[in-house]
Design a protein around this ligand. Structure first.
Ligand code: CMP
Length: 138
């Protein structure tokens, strides 16, 4: 069925001027942009977004990194969106990401890995509403 996922182009990729190239790959893969903006997270708000990782050793660093510069959050729509988008972006660790994936092309490290993709339909909805009101989702 057609459904939605949530993504953010992360600070490293935005800062390096890779957002246009990444959005082009996403659209060419058949995803429709439902919502998009450029914004900056505070460390507190990054912490809220990544609350599920609060006990991980990389959590404080992750919150610092995700608030270090502007990000581009988006809601995307496509048949089988969550799984297909995770295939398009590749593994979290770019050294393990498959050839042709967004992370293989643009990620710098496990942390600065260029892009986020929701891991379930439920989280896609939660994460989408973290950034966009219902009236901003077309
Ligand atoms: P993402 O999967 O989008 O959301 C969780 C983020 O935490 C992940 O991308 C990375 O940016 C970061 N992350 C995950 N694992 C590690 C790790 N082992 N070391 C540092 N950062 C990590």
């Amino acid at each position: 069925a057609t459904n939605r996922t949530f993504t953010m182009i992360k600070p490293d990729a935005v800062a390096e001027g890779n957002s246009g190239a990444i959005i082009k790959i996403i659209e060419e893969a058949g995803f429709r942009i439902v919502a998009i903006k450029k914004t900056l997270l505070t460390p507190e708000r990054a912490g809220e977004f990544y609350a599920v990782h609060a006990e991980r050793p990389f959590y404080a660093d992750l919150c610092g990194y995700m608030s270090s510069g502007p990000i581009i959050p988006m809601i995307l729509e496509k048949e089988n969106a969550v799984a297909d988008f995770r295939a398009l972006i590749g593994a979290t660790d770019p050294s393990k990401a498959a050839e042709g994936t967004i992370r293989k092309q643009f990620a710098k490290s496990v942390q600065a890995n260029a892009i986020h993709g929701s891991d379930s339909d439920e989280n896609a909805a939660i994460e989408g509403f973290f950034f966009f009101a219902g009236v901003e989702q077309f």
